[in-house]
Design a protein around this ligand. Structure first.
Ligand SMILES: Cc1cc2nc3c(=O)[nH]c(=O)nc-3n(C[C@H](O)[C@H](O)[C@H](O)COP(=O)(O)OP(=O)(O)OC[C@H]3O[C@@H](n4cnc5c(N)ncnc54)[C@H](O)[C@@H]3O)c2cc1C
Length: 531
């Protein structure tokens, strides 16, 4: 029988942090279990490899959402990282913390210890940011956050053009005030991806007190009464059990964590019973409340022959690959988005509620994947704090069958209204004199799409996930909350959740930074209990 003090399920963004911080204590031992492999592949290292890993089952669970009438009955492709680093190994590298009020709202909901002032030290603890303001930015952490070094001339024109619209340049959107236009900060070091594996897990697995089991799927949590004591795992088609003396920490992400809990008998017992799962503990919140960012993109065909599209095929691509291997520069070192903006949908509101991404490239059907074969530019937008909520539900009693994922995009009217406004603002940003002089025509949605109804239909037909699943095991103090503010699962013993699933509401930004912060704080909470 294998026995450890702590077992961490999942080696993604959060699992990597937990493994690192807990293994700082020499007299405890930790086992990390990861369904995927070690992810040491050039596509993971190359920032532009994003376009390859987005649908590669070696590194990605490649889920699909359930259909929904709000998105014109489409199933939407829903990637999630698999392997060391989890989603941080296939993500778009953007480092965005959100707004102070996002976290103050968490605290106002009863989650004491999670206000902006409380969690800022954890954001700082995880990062190393060159030239950051020391009041808000970290300089001793393991996660390398860098500024973009190569500024594309079309991006420069986009930013210059936005001045016409009265948009200010934002020096550091991670300093507490987001509003304005900027180049994105990225988890990239010397032109290569710097995932949670690079920052946290790599160090942890070199330590003697960490055992990592890759290509190992956790099938079920073993409970003795209400106490989590171990896991049933499978590797190479063989089942085995491992046990935790102290705690099991779930870091399987906003899809994997509720799914594992449900197949282990934790959730809505009436529903679990219907699909043949033996009940352990009723918690109706498990899997409910899933939120995600839903983006749409406006694209223009342009005259200038220097967008990224023309570099992405033939001998030019070979040249770019060589350039990356030799100098870590050029096309292959680029992230999917270069410039960003946080803007208000209306001057009356206090804080930005729309996030924009700009890329000097355009994609077939607007979806990140295949670049178009003519020069193009794209401006995408999503609502910072969507109100619609959905669910993750086990589809059977076997974890190997994908769960049903229903984010319910655009269910709430406000989410629809804000995206209509977002598309209009993308169009305005692409019509400044700097951009107009290089544009041929709008290719997406196309100039024939004019009325609010037409725009909404375009949004429903063309939007996609921005990959920011959260909230499916919500932290809170009410009866349907899954974890308490100390991240312990309510009603159970010796089990916590430390990943993106616990976020009570969506932070105004991409979710990796917030997930790392949660795991930093979780590590401290666990250490405090140990003492
Ligand atoms: C394609 C993509 C692009 C993104 N772009 C950005 C971006 O640019 N910026 C940003 O801030 N955020 C981005 N995100 C979101 C961000 O990366 C995630 O919010 C964050 O990584 C979530 O961390 P996590 O620890 O909760 O889950 P993950 O990092 O997904 O880790 C979960 C891990 O658990 C493992 N696992 C799951 N179930 C089991 C099981 N039963 N047994 C064993 N192991 C299991 C998985 O294989 C995975 O490795 C992106 C995400 C994706 C998918």
């Amino acid at each position: 029988m294998q026995n450890y003090d702590y077992i961490v399920v999942g080696s993604g963004s959060s699992g990597s942090v937990i493994a690192n911080r807990l293994s700082e204590i020499k007299n405890i031992n930790i086992c990390v279990i990861e369904a995927g492999g070690s992810n040491q592949h050039p596509y993971i290292k190359m920032p532009a490899g994003f376009i390859k890993t987005i649908n590669d089952k070696r590194f990605n669970w490649c889920f699909n959402t359930e259909k929904s009438s709000n998105v014109n009955n489409r199933e939407i492709f829903f990637p999630r990282g698999k392997g060391f680093g989890g989603s941080s190994s296939i993500n778009g590298h953007l480092y965005v913390r959100g707004q102070p009020d996002d976290y103050n709202q968490w605290a106002q909901l009863g989650n004491h210890g999670w206000s902006y002032d409380d969690i800022l030290p954890y954001f700082k603890k995880s990062e190393f940011k060159e030239n950051g303001n020391e009041d808000t930015r970290g300089k001793d952490g393991p996660l390398f956050v860098s500024d973009i070094v190569e500024k594309h001339p079309i991006c420069e024109e986009f930013i210059k053009g936005s001045k016409e619209l009265g948009i200010e340049t934002q020096e550091d959107y991670n300093s507490g005030n987001q509003e304005g236009i900027f180049y994105y900060q990225r988890t990239i070091k010397n032109g290569a991806r710097f995932s949670a594996y690079d920052a946290f897990l790599k160090t942890a697995i070199k330590r003697k007190n960490v055992d990592i089991k890759k290509n190992t799927l956790v099938l079920k949590i073993i409970f003795k009464g209400k106490k989590a004591v171990g896991l049933i795992c499978e590797r190479d088609n063989k089942e085995f059990q491992i046990y935790a003396n102290k705690e099991i920490i779930l870091c399987a992400g906003a899809i994997g964590t509720p799914h594992l809990l449900q197949v282990s008998g934790i959730g809505n017992l009436e529903y679990l019973n219907q699909i043949g799962i033996e009940p352990v503990h009723e918690n109706k919140g498990v899997g409910e409340g899933l939120q995600d960012h839903y983006a749409v993109r406006v694209a223009n065909r342009i005259k200038l022959p220097n967008s990224l599209n023309e570099k992405a095929s033939g001998y030019k691509l070979v040249f770019e690959i060589m350039k990356w291997f030799m100098f870590r520069r050029g096309l292959i070192s680029y992230s999917p988005a270069h410039v960003g903006a946080f803007l208000k949908s209306s001057p009356e509101i206090d804080f930005p509620d729309l996030q924009f991404v700009f890329t000097p490239a355009s994609y077939t059907e607007g979806m990140i994947g295949k670049l178009q074969d003519h020069p193009g530019i794209t401006c995408g937008v999503w609502q910072s704090r969507p109100q619609s909520r959905g669910y993750v539900r086990a589809s059977s009693n076997n974890i190997k069958n994908n769960p049903m994922i229903q984010p319910n995009y655009l269910k709430e009217k406000i989410d629809q209204d804000l995206l209509i406004q977002g598309v209009k603002m993308c169009r305005t940003l692409l019509k400044t004199s700097n951009i107009e002089k290089m544009s041929v025509s709008e290719t997406l949605p196309g100039e024939h799409i004019k009325s609010d109804n037409e725009i909404l239909n375009f949004v429903k037909n063309n939007g996609a996930t921005v990959y920011h699943a959260i909230g499916s095991c919500r932290m809170g103090v009410d009866r349907s909350a899954v974890v308490s503010p100390s991240l312990k699962i309510r009603g159970l013993e010796s089990i916590r959740i430390a990943d993106a699933s616990i976020m009570p509401t969506m932070p105004s930004g991409n979710t990796n930074a917030a997930t790392l912060m949660i795991a930093e704080k979780a590590s401290d909470l666990i250490k405090k209990d140990l003492n």
